[in-house]
Unconditional design. Structure first.
Length: 505
């Protein structure tokens, strides 16, 4: 297929006549040239282009519609005009609707040319837009597709030999255009397929068909396959994420069930059998959320422990220093410690007994556990340091004080009754009834288990009083800091010269 010059198709000498200076054709050509200069990148009016370009562009298009027919000498100005317009469109980042309107105007511009000039205009326009660098023009696929579609419609409707003669070179230009983006490829290849369908009315050589298949059909097939694989990977990833969330939900359920089972097992491990009775609740002075110990009762409870319980039970986690400024003064605590004999070793390693000091633990009545069990019918008396917290029912459990204890698992307890009316004598003169002794020793044992009970509640009360003020400050700070972050909006614009790649040639 022979190559033909762009301007060899002119047969009428009148097409070379210069228009009169007062004619519409002459004025229109001047407007086109001025507008192209106005749109040039070196124009000093770059900042004002965004405001006036659309108005000038609309006026030129309306003037073009009034001209009867565009001729050969109008091809270059119109190509430059549309190329400059597309470059400006790309720089301003116009929307899809504006691009479609521009594509319609390009098709109308082609229709204003003589039939013999239309393929020349379209071919020249496609060649110029393919030569433009990506940094100067976005190479919008809608514009390229419009040129191909316009060529196809003219070739199919007119069936002119001029379109047939330009078909080979037009296909060569089409084969140079390639897009990596799936959407851009769809727009471009749709126009190419329409052109190939219209081409069936002509006699086409096999070499051209092979070139079309190799350069267009195969790349598009690979793109479709890659797109399908990408979709499959995304679907598989979404499915994996869904399975992961389902697995996490199952794991959370199993963990929660295991935790509940563990709590239930620990709770029921306190009861050796099912025939024990729950102790009834008593109004303890320290049972409220912000209530403190009855220190007088705790002090009397220590006397009960010292005179009754200390003969068999130890309190290995309690030191004499814990008595200071709680139930005794420092001098009283030192005197109480000095009354106790503590097993120790001297500088030579010999075993001795010395008076106790504040850092010593309360003495153990037995040297070891086996000796304690042998002295109590085979059952070693338990340590009472944490007994108030270790038994189900707490203070209520300890308070019963009966030899036959229905609250003990099985109802049978090795310890015989130890508390009796007037069994001891309180230093403060309080009547030492059995119930009073049980109450006081229970309070003491709870204090021994939580020596910092009152301090903890005191700090909790202080913190609770500060919470409203701290909450107001935090809420104000949160609104002041995050109000700007939550109310701001971001608009991302492509910097000219740093556009993402759209196609590869």
């Amino acid at each position: 297929m022979g190559k033909k010059s762009d301007f060899t198709a002119e047969t009428s000498k009148t097409s070379f006549l210069t228009p009169h200076v007062f004619s519409d054709e002459y004025r229109f050509r001047l407007e086109i040239e001025e507008f192209v200069q106005f749109l040039h990148p070196s124009s000093p009016y770059q900042k004002e282009q965004a405001r006036v370009m659309l108005h000038v562009f609309q006026g030129i298009c309306e003037r073009m519609m009034r001209i009867s027919e565009l001729r050969s000498e109008d091809i270059e100005p119109m190509v430059d005009f549309w190329l400059a317009a597309i470059r400006i469109f790309d720089g301003f980042g116009i929307g899809m609707n504006d691009i479609q309107e521009a594509a319609k105007m390009i098709e109308k511009t082609s229709g204003r040319f003589e039939i013999l000039r239309r393929p020349l205009f379209l071919k020249r326009f496609l060649r110029k837009i393919c030569e433009v660098k990506d940094s100067e023009c976005g190479m919008e696929p809608q514009i390229v597709a419009t040129i191909i579609t316009t060529f196809q419609r003219n070739a199919f409707s007119l069936r002119s030999s001029e379109f047939y003669e330009e078909l080979g070179e037009f296909w060569t230009l089409c084969l140079k255009v390639k897009y990596d983006d799936v959407y851009y490829s769809t727009v471009f290849y749709s126009a190419v397929f329409a052109l190939a369908q219209a081409q069936a009315v002509f006699k086409v050589k096999k070499e051209l068909c092979r070139a079309v298949y190799k350069e267009i059909l195969q790349p598009m097939h690979r793109q479709i396959v890659d797109f399908k694989k990408l979709k499959e990977v995304e679907m598989k990833k979404a499915k994996n994420d869904e399975e992961l969330m389902r697995g996490l939900a199952v794991l959370a359920g199993v963990t929660a069930a295991s935790g509940m089972g563990l709590v239930y097992a620990l709770e029921n491990s306190v009861h050796a059998s099912g025939d024990n009775v729950h102790p009834y609740a008593l109004p303890w002075a320290h049972s409220g959320p912000f209530s403190s110990f009855d220190i007088a009762s705790v002090r009397r409870g220590y006397e009960v422990y010292k005179q009754v319980c200390a003969a068999c039970h130890s309190m290995k986690f309690l030191h004499y220093r814990h008595f200071v400024d709680t139930i005794m003064t420092e001098e009283e605590a030192k005197a109480e410690a000095a009354d106790a004999l503590i097993n120790d070793v001297d500088d030579k390693g010999a075993a001795i007994q010395r008076p106790g000091i504040l850092t010593d633990k309360l003495p153990n009545p037995y040297p070891n556990k086996k000796a304690a069990a042998a002295a109590n019918n085979g059952a070693a008396p338990p340590d009472l340091s944490l007994m108030a917290l270790a038994r189900h029912g707490g203070d209520d459990y300890v308070d019963d004080g009966k030899a036959y204890n229905p609250y003990f698992p099985g109802g049978i307890i090795s310890m015989p009754q130890q508390l009796f009316d007037e069994g001891i004598e309180y230093k403060d003169g309080t009547p030492a009834t059995m119930s009073q002794q049980a109450k006081d020793v229970s309070a003491f044992m709870h204090w021994a288990a939580e020596p910092f009970h009152d301090t903890r509640k005191k700090w909790a009360l202080k913190i609770a009083a500060l919470i409203p003020f701290v909450a107001v400050v935090l809420i104000y700070g949160k609104r002041n800091i995050w109000s700007f972050t939550k109310s701001q909006k971001f608009l991302f614009k492509t910097v000219k010269g740093r556009e993402p790649p759209k196609k590869s040639q």
